[in-house]
Design a protein around this ligand. Structure first.
Ligand SMILES: Cc1cc2nc3c(=O)[nH]c(=O)nc-3n(C[C@H](O)[C@H](O)[C@H](O)COP(=O)(O)O)c2cc1C
Length: 160
């Protein structure tokens, strides 16, 4: 299986991915190596968009990278993400932090690894920026979880 990203190295991410170029690779595959699967990649932000591109260019699949930062359920047929509340999103981040803590029990990964995911979940409500900044300064998963717990308690208290 070959994943083809539709940009050259020197283009970096400065121009849109060229799906016609990916289709050329697929055509070469048809001629030279018909058993190789070709997966297209670049700028796909939704499952439907990926399906459409795969159909249009007769590809075997699509790879999604940064799309996951806009919707962690981007691969789902019907993503619940647009309807999720800030508390539900916070709870998902809690799950990710707990999985991180369980997976890297001996500090094999720095806690800052989590920061690039923080903005996915902690977004779109009053004071989200302040909460993110606090979370990103945390020095342990225990501290992260306790900040999140406090936030849940504060929000819940305000609701009643
Ligand atoms: C956080 C992150 C890490 C990545 N790491 C790699 C990598 O290790 N090797 C690689 O070939 N591409 C890597 N990429 C590039 C992706 O494989 C992909 O080609 C690129 O993000 C374009 O697809 P997208 O528009 O769906 O994000 C990475 C991308 C992101 C966002």
């Amino acid at each position: 299986m070959l994943s083809v990203h539709g940009r050259t190295r020197s283009q970096m991410s400065k121009v849109p991915a060229d799906w016609d170029a990916i289709a050329v690779v697929r055509q070469l595959r048809d001629k030279l190596a018909p058993h190789t699967l070709v997966v297209g990649n670049g700028d796909v932000l939704s499952r439907q968009q990926g399906m459409d591109l795969a159909t249009k260019h007769k590809l075997d699949g699509v790879m999604i990278g940064r799309g996951i930062f806009q919707d962690p359920y981007v691969f789902a047929e019907k993503s619940p993400w647009p309807d999720m509340s800030p508390l539900q999103k916070l709870d998902l981040y809690r799950q990710q932090v707990e999985l991180f803590a369980a997976t890297w029990q001996h500090n094999e990964r720095p806690i800052q690894t989590l920061n690039k995911f923080c903005k996915i979940y902690i977004n779109g409500f009053d004071d989200a920026k302040e909460l993110r900044e606090e979370l990103m300064l945390a020095t342990s998963t225990t501290e992260l979880l306790s900040i999140m717990k406090r936030q849940v308690e504060n929000v819940t208290a305000r609701m009643y």
